[in-house]
Design a protein around this ligand. Structure first.
Ligand code: UDP
Length: 327
């Protein structure tokens, strides 16, 4: 199989590239390196099955040319991270809306099965216990840039779904719930790499808000192998499928855990949301996935607990980097 992975130099995309090449497939990564990095792909650079193309998903001709030759498309390119969305709302919106439309249109034109990455952000402020794929979305005003990511990703799902349904081309939408692991950067806001970097530097760990908000972190190593399996499963076509972990933790609890597992001397400090993200920011208090659809479709069952996930990130940070100074 020849797979095109948009956003393949990013965190999840680079792990998917590793996985597909290890399975004997050919991989073509399309990435503009805006948030992704070639260092995420250095392990593949000598593999004859791996090709990297630097380019933008808004470049229709380039996308068309690459997709025309592919057997599958994994669309992971997106503007991600709360800092990115809040700082560059227009650019993020263009990438997330028109970029997805461009990739999906090319996939449908060439009748290439496609996967579109979405996010638990689409549920917005719905904090139900065990969010199911058909649950309602609860958002703030569309003119608050904070909601633009959720709104754009919701439309991406609609585009993917409607094009898939009308064309009959296999399509799967995957909703990632706080997927974490080695190579994820904290630069754009993601909490786990930020806490790990701060802990390894013995710098203050910055908990935003009260720290009682809860998340359920999923391992990239549990999630990535499911992506090809979903695209091979006709019952999954035109569905949105939740993917994530099952161990829920408060953000203060996460900070404690990171301190304990790294043996850090860091203190835990608190910061207002306004100070962290700017005026008018609203956080989700809870986001817990119901992954029974993925379990039914492909037997998905996350196997890595939070300690194992944190350990893998710490090990990766220790082995690869000169630690950044905290902001
Ligand atoms: N967070 C935090 N400190 C940080 C970065 C994030 O306390 O340095 C909080 C953030 O406010 C949120 C949670 O951690 O409540 C998860 O944030 P992330 O951006 O990783 O994911 P999301 O908000 O999309 O679930």
């Amino acid at each position: 199989m020849k797979a095109v992975i948009t956003g393949g130099a990013g965190f999840i995309g680079s792990h998917l590239s590793d996985h597909l090449v290890a399975q004997g497939h050919e991989v073509i990564v399309l990435d503009d390196l805006s948030t992704g990095s070639l260092s995420n792909l250095s392990q593949l650079q000598n593999s004859p099955a791996f090709h990297f193309v630097q380019g933008d998903i808004l470049d229709r001709e380039l996308v068309d040319e690459l997709v025309a030759e592919a057997d599958t498309v994994f669309h992971l390119a997106a503007a991600v991270g709360v800092y990115n969305i809040v700082d560059k709302p227009l650019q993020s919106l263009r990438t997330n809306l028109h970029g997805t439309e461009t990739v999906v249109e090319a996939a449908v034109r060439h009748r290439v099965p496609y996967m579109v990455a979405s996010t638990s952000e689409v549920y917005g402020k719905n904090d139900a216990n065990g969010l199911k794929e058909n649950d309602d979305r609860i958002y703030g005003s569309p003119i608050k840039s904070r909601w633009s990511y959720a709104a754009a990703k919701g439309l991406d799902e609609l585009v993917a779904h409607v094009y898939g349904k009308e064309s009959g081309v296999p399509c799967v939408i995957t909703r990632f719930f706080n997927v974490v692991g080695p190579r994820q950067t904290g630069q754009y806001g993601m909490v786990v790499p930020r806490f790990v970097d701060q802990a390894l530097d013995d710098a203050p760990i910055t908990v935003y808000g009260t720290g009682t908000q809860r998340r359920c972190f999923g391992s990239v190593f549990d999630v990535v192998p499911t992506l090809t399996r979903l695209l091979e499963t006709p019952e999954a076509y035109n569905q949105a499928v939740n993917l994530g972990g099952h161990e829920e933790v408060s953000i203060k609890g996460l900070a404690d855990r990171v301190v304990e597992l790294t043996g850090s001397r860091s203190e835990i400090t608190y910061m207002d949301y306004e100070q962290a993200y700017g005026e008018g920011y609203e956080d989700m208090q809870r986001r817990y996935p119901d992954t029974s659809l993925a379990a039914r479709l492909i037997g998905y069952e996350p196997t890595r607990d939070l300690n194992t996930i944190i350990d893998s990130i710490v090990e990766h940070r220790r082995s690869t980097e000169v630690l950044p100074q905290p902001a």
